[in-house]
Design a protein around this ligand. Sequence first.
Ligand code: C2E
Ligand code: MG
Ligand code: MG
Ligand code: MG
Length: 288
Amino acid sequence: DAKANATGSMRFFAQRMGEQVRRRLILERDLREALERKQLHLHFQPKVDLNTWRVLGFEALLRWNHPEHGDIPPAEFIPVAEEAGLILAIGEWAMLEACVHAARWPEELQVAVNISPVQVMAQNLPDAVQNALRVSGLAAHRLELEITESVFINETRGTVGRLHALRRLGVAIALDDFGTGYSSLACLRRFPFDTLKIDRAFVRELLVSRDARAIVRNILALAKALRMSTVAEGVEEPAQVKVLEAEGCDIVQGYYVAKPLPADQVLHFAMTWTGRDRPTLPRDFSLG
Ligand code: C2E
Ligand code: MG
Ligand code: MG
Ligand code: MG
């Protein structure tokens, strides 16, 4: 009967909850050691200039290879790291690691590093970045930091000042996942970002939804008016490249160009990319 059913599903729910809580505890425990045991590493995903079709640089993305549970996605372990107070150490490591790699690349290639809002709230972020640049020898103008608008949710007096301090070091700052949160437009007034990354959600709908295309067109116009360069994330199909080109987007990133690559494949990718795979579409293809 219904009551027994409800009890049963409650029990099932409790079990599931228990499993989730347990997995989280395990991840937190193991994450503390993952850094020392060298289970964390970076992959690098290229960004391509839509005008010249050249590789501009790579975004560093954290990977965790857990000895028992295999690869754990950052969407799962970054929040754990943030809550457990581990993100500062992990973030500092990722920053230095990314800079050390990039310092070995040809000089025209840049590197982008994702920064957690927790790191932006920490007072020492500009020092940590300066330290990574000094230790690696990477020129500041080759480093870009990607932050999301959630940085502004708990905005403290220091937040915007720290972003300006980073800018003064000579690094560029990108607003990541633009358009997904509640206050994207307000963020653009709080801080003058160098780059705006249009979230994958809009790119995914680009070919099927007039609304998505209208939104992208207007985001691009807004970015241009505010003198920001624009990156489209999650580009998977040649027709998306064509539409983004037609709409005046500057840079594309996504599986169409390449998935995130292990560090030892970056140079080979950059050297062999030139001019490759620029999409062409049939003459009668309509961009809508
Ligand atoms: P993000 O910074 O927006 O990175 C883009 C994510 O989309 C990456 O997932 C990337 O692998 C994925 N992606 C790129 N192109 C495509 C595509 O064409 N199709 C699809 N379906 N996916 C694509 P990933 O590596 O799992 O990272 C997820 C998020 O985790 C990142 O989103 C970022 O917010 C966070 N993250 C990753 N590394 C770091 C890090 O070092 N520090 C911090 N704080 N966050 C990180
Ligand atoms: Mg990013
Ligand atoms: Mg993003
Ligand atoms: Mg994203």
